[in-house]
Design a protein around this ligand. Structure first.
Ligand code: G3H
Ligand code: 13P
Ligand code: ZN
Length: 337
């Protein structure tokens, strides 16, 4: 399904939809198994880098299998950080139900231009669209950002302007908006205490009533996983994420509808694989380290969708009912070759 039935309920329902990044079969199976066990709606998101790494033809087959295994589970398939209208168009044709067009690194007018163009293309075939305004921290291969330290020091320069958000929404007609409030992508988000601009979220909720807000860079980088990674030969000193109680507050108190999590899944998988390699040096059957890695992803995602963080566990049936109420809409290209 698209994200619409999900956000209709999440908007003032005291829960958010977890958007989890998928790059291979183990990640997809771990995420899906956790959400099925918790009866939680979910967004599977695919970045440009994931498309390149796994090839869309394989990712599509893996995701189709997940949908077939749990037909009752509300799932949206979303492009993460799309950077061109052409990529958005291709994803619509590939069967995505939702796309992000990230023009946040462009000057404001250019961001409006590329976002409005992508929205037009996606809406024409019934696909929902997420835009981004303001700048996030973190530097990654395919996602433009700001050095996290500089980001925290000069946060006021990068946070989303609530008045501009209203103008952006009016001119682009996006269905949801990723806002910059102090989070960064990756495992090194804060040097000192984690601090998010919740007052900005409150202001944007006022200037853009009804617009679902999205938090990127929302991994918590749990210390126990960093300790495991470092204990078994890794080197990730000073890694720090957004504490889970702050995510919970963003969701339950400030009404954030979508929360993006990638780094915590990478950490869970890596910590487990490192542990197997270090404690069983003779092991060389990939199933015996990818299997435990997949289990670690299941536990991580169950923890995320639970009442202490996103609070989306148990909401699957209600989302399906909302989707039925809307007439079970599906994007035009869904299921087509
Ligand atoms: O926001 C970025 C996501 O973590 C995806 O990262 O471009 O390395 O796949 P990636
Ligand atoms: P993390 O790096 O905090 O997991 O954020 C992921 C993200 O925002 C994907 O778009
Ligand atoms: Zn992101």
């Amino acid at each position: 399904m698209t994200t619409k039935p999900m956000f209709d309920l999440a908007y003032d329902g005291g829960f958010a939809i977890g958007a989890f990044n998928v790059n291979n079969m183990e990640l997809c199976q771990g995420i899906i198994e956790a959400c099925a066990a918790e009866k939680s709606p979910l967004i599977l998101q695919i970045s440009k880098g994931a498309r390149k790494y796994a090839k869309m033809i394989y990712l599509k087959a893996i995701i189709d299998a997940a949908v077939a295994e749990y037909p009752w589970l509300p799932i949206a398939i979303h492009l993460d950080h799309g950077d061109t209208v052409e990529l958005v168009d291709q994803c619509c044709k590939d069967g995505f139900t939702s796309v992000m067009i990230d023009g946040s690194h462009h000057p404001y007018e250019e961001n409006i231009k590329v976002t409005a163009a992508a929205t037009k293309v996606a809406h024409a075939v019934g696909v929902t669209v997420e835009g981004e305004l303001g700048m996030l921290g973190g530097i990654e291969e395919d996602v433009v950002g700001v050095n996290p330290e500089e980001y925290q020091k000069n946060l006021h320069k990068f946070v989303t302007d609530p008045k501009q958000a209203a103008d952006f929404w009016e001119k682009t007609r996006v269905d949801s908006l990723a806002v910059a409030i102090g989070t960064s992508h990756g495992a090194f988000k804060f040097k000192h205490e984690a601090k998010l601009a919740f007052d900005t979220v409150e202001e944007i909720m006022k200037t853009c009533p009804g617009l679902p807000l999205v938090m990127h860079g929302s991994s918590s980088v749990p210390q126990e996983f960093i300790d495991l990674v470092n204990k078994y030969g890794g080197k990730m000193p000073n890694a720090k994420g957004v504490p889970e109680d702050q995510i919970h507050m963003a969701v339950t108190k400030y009404g954030v509808c979508k929360v993006n999590i990638d780094t915590d899944l990478r950490l869970a998988l890596t910590a487990k694989i490192r542990e197997v390699f270090a404690t069983k040096p003779a092991e060389f059957d990939p199933r015996n380290y990818l299997g435990p890695g997949r289990e670690a992803i299941v536990s991580m995602v169950r923890r995320k969708v639970g009442a202490g963080v996103l609070n989306s566990a148990g909401k699957a049936d209600a989302v399906i009912k909302q989707w039925e109420k809307l007439g079970k809409p599906m994007p035009a290209f869904y299921g087509k070759k």
